[in-house]
Design a binder for this molecule. Structure first.
Ligand code: GLY
Length: 369
């Protein structure tokens, strides 16, 4: 088991990473410090609840929570709404949660974002624990305090920064994760290597067969390393003020546009991000910022873990993608802010790239201009 500390200006918390963590004595002791004598509402979804809901409720009762209730909503992005958050507030009131109580987010990114936002706002903010069940949530969304919901106009348009009190990333849960969902997280894993850690990228290249298996001991190391990298970013720029945290958006501005245009469902988030990373890397080469070998290495690793590096759908053109990108919330002062790699392990944030160059580069991976 590994413990990764996260330190921000106003809070600090541990991320426990390992296998079969509910049985680990250290985890139980650490969890009990937060939960003993308190009321807990376990928030989960229709996929994860039946698999792990009872186990987590039993763990909380066993370590001394005064009251444990649970609530489940339908799995998937359509549940990431204010209506779901309101249902959580009402469930919390009904179960008697007060300002000392905790929400427990048990699930993937949607559960963490929704439960985290409910925790950030219920009674002006209560504590919450993250128990991520997907690779994506373990390496990204459960760490760093971004919470929120979608509006019909776009993703993550309402939210709050609210750090969890504790994160328990039990990689044993990856055993029940569908392979496509596992790959979704692998896009973020590869992303960390490209944006901040060349040695980690080389490590992934060397052990790619263990990633595809998946080998749980290896995943423990991978998740730990990603959490350390994310903790470093969050410590330096918790609220994305200096721009440093924005490096985590590598491939995402292109990727979000693909997700929106393909109607959420055609591509997973990770697949869209993988194609987006390819577009960003192409653009970096086209701008003379990076060597073409960077694109080759990145494409090769993404393809080896089963992710797409281009997206061919005759109904979607590069002009559509570019237009959608211009409406992304990451547009700042009317300018597209793009994360572009300069070498494996380092990136630059650029707002000065010629729009025609961006659109032209997109066309290279989406087939139609
Ligand atoms: N997922 C990007 C971030 O946490 O900033």
């Amino acid at each position: 088991m590994h413990v990764v500390p996260v330190q921000t200006k106003c809070s600090s918390y541990p991320i426990y990473v390992g296998t079969e963590l509910p049985a680990a004595k250290d985890v139980k002791t650490a969890l009990a410090e937060h939960v003993e004598g308190e009321s807990c509402l376990v928030v989960t979804d229709s996929h994860v609840g039946p698999l792990y809901g009872q186990k987590i409720c039993d763990l909380l009762c066993h370590i001394g929570a005064a009251r444990v209730a649970h609530t489940t909503f339908p799995a998937g992005e359509p549940s990431k709404t204010l209506a779901t958050v309101e249902r959580l507030y009402r469930a919390a009131l009904e179960k008697g949660l007060d300002r000392q109580s905790l929400f427990i987010a048990l699930g993937g990114g949607v559960v963490g974002d929704v439960a985290g936002f409910a925790a950030a706002t219920y009674m002006r903010g209560i504590r919450f624990l993250q128990i991520p069940s997907t690779l994506l949530a373990m390496v990204d969304s459960s760490v760093g305090g971004k919470t929120g919901v979608d509006l019909p106009e776009g993703k993550n348009l309402v939210g709050a920064f609210h750090q969890p009190t504790f994160v328990m990333a039990d990689v044993s849960m990856l055993k029940t994760l569908p392979i496509r969902e596992l790959r979704c997280g692998l896009a973020e894993v590869v992303k960390y290597g490209v944006i901040m850690d060349a040695e980690f990228f080389a490590f992934l290249q060397q052990h790619v067969t263990l990633l595809c298996k998946p080998d749980l001991a290896f995943y423990e190391e991978v998740v730990t390393r990603c959490c350390k990298l994310k903790a470093r970013v969050v410590r330096e720029d918790e609220r994305e003020c200096t721009g440093y945290r924005a490096i985590l958006n590598y491939g995402h501005t292109f990727g979000h546009a693909l997700e929106v245009l393909s109607g959420y469902g055609q591509l997973t988030h990770g697949e869209a991000v993988a194609v987006g990373m390819g577009m960003a890397a192409d653009l970096a080469v086209q701008q003379g910022l990076a060597d073409p070998s960077l694109v080759e290495q990145q494409d090769k690793l993404l393809a080896k873990v089963g992710l797409p590096t281009e997206f061919m759908l005759s109904s979607i053109t590069s002009a559509d993608i570019f237009e959608t990108m211009r409406h992304d919330k990451k547009v700042s002062g009317g300018r597209l802010r793009l994360v572009l790699p300069t070498a494996i392990g380092s990136v630059e944030l650029r707002s000065d790239i010629d729009p025609d160059a961006v659109q032209h580069t997109i066309g290279g991976r989406c087939g139609k201009s």
